[in-house]
Design a protein around this ligand. Structure first.
Ligand SMILES: *Cc1c(COP(=O)(O)O)cnc(C)c1O
Length: 382
């Protein structure tokens, strides 16, 4: 079965009522049948809930996890990342890709480092340099591909092999790619993380996260942490996510068709100096992306000709692209990394990472492509 079919048909009916759509189970507690014996396996909402279980089964299925290894769903992407990073102990060494989601590096720096976990960063798009950085002593490697905001691509299989040789677990943030375009467990990765807030939910109306594991023993360890720390997804958010996932494949097809159209348009527009989209043949990692992904996704970045002043003018002028910080919804969004997602970095750090004052990031929605191009055209006129 293909992912589009699995996304719809792996959403079980748990009630025996014949629901076509999984219901929202709103109960905090479940009755026992005898002292110490649950009736259905469910006991208390933090430990498990049928709506959450339906989403966990569905996400495991579309990420190609083993059948006995459903996802774990969290109250946010950050909660999912936090849970995965809690596998580390003082003295362990975490090697993180440098251009991952800002919240991931902030979590590693602010929460992990003070506990005596070594945190280091390296450029994961440079495979040789990253493999050298892994060395022979790493406990966990954390990558993200395509990366944020420059849409650089990591060779996931090569880095995973090197990490495993060093005895490290490999975790990947698959939020930008989605399981429709990239299934990292097939490339050998141990843990896949999602902010379901983005493409999986797809309608900018919820907050959630997920972890999907390659093996049940690893899932058991993460579940034990989740159950104790308690940042689980609420039933209503799970239900919204299930609804979003049913159209994920269809939405991604339009997102990426529109993204390519916008990227090609910007490439020949004098108002855009440089366009970053892995689907363009001129992108430095185009071949790598084509090898490990089934499409190039809905995110596009570009450097406005005229730098920061021009970028700020464009942000004020777009009418269909809403100026906002998130991504992955049906509506188009334009964001400004220098003052939004990457405002925590010094100007010099941003410059080193290629995040210039003129850089704009687009989450290309599923509106009509002609309308989106026209909107950018009028916004980019000097
Ligand atoms: C949004 C995002 C996160 C964090 O997820 P939240 O749901 O906001 O907690 C992590 N990684 C990426 C790539 C994201 O876009």
């Amino acid at each position: 079965m293909k992912a589009s079919t699995r996304a719809i048909h792996t959403q079980p009916d748990d009630c025996g009522a014949g629901d076509v759509i999984p219901p929202i189970h709103l109960t905090t507690v479940y009755a026992y049948s005898a002292p110490g014996e649950t009736r259905s396996g469910y006991e208390y909402i933090r430990y498990g809930n049928p709506t959450r279980a339906a989403l966990e089964k569905c996400l495991g299925a579309i990420e190609n996890a083993p059948e006995d290894c459903p996802a774990l769903c969290f109250s946010s992407g950050q909660a999912a990342t936090d849970c995965a990073l809690r596998l580390l102990r003082p003295g362990d060494r975490l090697l993180m890709a440098r251009d991952v989601y800002g919240g991931s590096t902030a979590l590693a720096d602010a929460i992990l480092r003070p506990t005596g976990i070594e945190v280091e960063y390296a450029d994961a798009a440079d495979t040789d340099a990253f493999v050298r950085a892994i060395g022979d002593r790493a406990s966990m490697v954390w990558i993200e591909s395509p990366s944020n905001p420059l849409l650089r691509i990591t060779d996931v299989a090569a880095i995973t092999r090197a990490a495993h040789d060093a005895g490290a677990l490999v975790a990947i943030d698959n939020t930008f790619a989605t399981p429709i375009l990239q299934t990292p467990l097939d490339l050998g990765v141990d843990i896949v993380m999602h902010s379901t807030t983005k493409y999986l939910g797809g309608h900018s109306d919820l907050l959630g996260g997920a972890l999907i594991c390659a093996r049940p023993d690893l899932r058991d360890r993460l579940y034990a942490i989740q159950k104790l720390t308690g940042a689980v997804a609420a039933p209503f958010d799970c239900w919204l996510t299930l609804r979003g996932v049913r159209t994920l494949d269809a939405r991604m097809a339009v997102h990426q068709r529109n993204a390519l159209s916008v990227a090609e348009f910007l490439s020949s527009h004098p108002g855009a100096e440089r366009v970053h989209y892995p689907g363009l043949p001129g992108h430095p990692h185009h071949a790598r992306a084509a090898r490990q992904m089934r499409g190039f996704g809905g995110m596009v970045a570009f450097d406005a000709a005229g730098g920061g002043e021009a970028a700020k003018r464009i942000l004020q002028r777009t009418r269909l692209f809403t100026m906002a910080a998130s991504l992955g919804g049906v509506e188009s969004i334009i964001s400004y990394p220098a003052l939004m997602s990457h405002v925590g970095l010094s100007p010099q750090e941003r410059e080193e990472r290629g995040i210039g004052e003129g850089l704009l990031r687009l989450s290309v929605g599923i509106e009509d492509a002609d309308d989106l191009r026209e909107d950018l055209d009028q916004a980019l006129k000097s």
